[in-house]
Design a protein around this ligand. Structure first.
Ligand code: FE2
Ligand code: FE2
Length: 285
């Protein structure tokens, strides 16, 4: 049973390590970086919200800097903020890279819609609600991140460099998945605000992501196109068991005694780290 710790819950073996990856620009870009058009655009649309969203997360945790005394939790907060800043930079590059492949309006959507949404949330909500929103969106990203690491078949045949960006981000999202939660917990954040915010924010952001996805499919003349629907259905039905598991992880959040590390994916983080070491050794030698 999880009770308020007022301190860091970082499990043994996990460090919140900000990594500068400096992904190189992808030359030879495929038409769709993921083999399924709708899935490509859903991920790109989500990514469009990352840089501004991550800046929002950083600020909402920073707002509580003076309320936290546990030295390890303070260290986690610093690691969390450093990681999110780097994620924002990499995804900004990723987003512009995709925008330049025939979706120039993504710049405008980012500048006005995405920035407008977060600016208004900051303006009209309390710091507790902003932190609750961060806890919720971190749960959404941690669930997706956990899925990408646990089920590599979600990214089968995706462009390798882009897949790497998503995997690296997924690892760091997993490492810091409990930081905002622990801060919320330590300052006595309410259960009802947390779960209400999850329902409202996931519906709201899902709507926005689907809107952007639809806009991009429209550009490709694939919106409601029979071939696109068939390909998406096939992809989803082959992986239905994965989506069911992901859904189960997602709804854990509604438990009163939920804690992000109850979904323990340390092995998947370790596997990625080992892969990185092996890759580095191979390219040195
Ligand atoms: Fe992130
Ligand atoms: Fe995050």
């Amino acid at each position: 049973m999880h009770t308020s710790l007022q301190k860091s819950s970082l499990p043994s073996g996990v460090t919140i390590e900000p990594r500068r990856m400096d992904f190189q620009a992808v030359t030879n870009k495929p038409r769709y970086w993921h083999p399924v058009a709708a899935f490509t655009h859903i991920l790109t649309a989500a990514s469009l919200f990352f840089p501004e969203g991550e800046r929002f997360f950083v600020r909402s945790v920073q707002n509580y800097e003076h309320d936290i005394s546990d030295p390890q939790l303070r260290k986690d907060m610093a690691g969390f903020m450093q990681q999110e800043v780097i994620h924002g930079e990499e995804h900004e590059r990723f987003n512009y890279d995709i925008a330049d492949q025939g979706y120039p309006y993504l710049y405008g959507i980012e500048r006005f819609l995405v920035k407008g949404v977060f600016a208004n949330i900051r303006r009209f909500t309390s710091r507790q609600v902003q932190l609750a929103l961060t806890v919720c969106l971190e749960h959404v990203t941690a669930t997706l991140a956990g899925a990408l690491l646990k089920y590599p078949q979600l990214m089968d045949d995706a462009e390798p460099q882009y897949r790497e960006i998503w995997n690296w981000h997924a690892v760091e999202e997993s490492e810091h998945k409990a930081v905002a939660y622990d801060v919320y917990d330590a300052v006595g954040g309410s259960y009802w605000i947390r779960v209400t915010t999850l329902v409202l924010s996931s519906l709201f952001f899902l709507g926005l992501v689907l809107f952007v996805t639809g806009r991009m499919l429209h550009t490709d003349a694939k919106l409601f196109n029979r071939e696109m629907v068939r390909e998406t259905k096939e992809y989803v039905s082959e992986r239905m068991w994965i989506f069911k598991n992901v859904g189960k992880d997602f709804i854990q959040f509604f438990k009163r005694d939920f804690h992000p590390w109850q979904i323990d994916n340390r092995d998947d983080i370790e596997a990625w780290k080992k892969q990185q070491v092996a890759y580095a050794e191979q390219h040195q030698g």
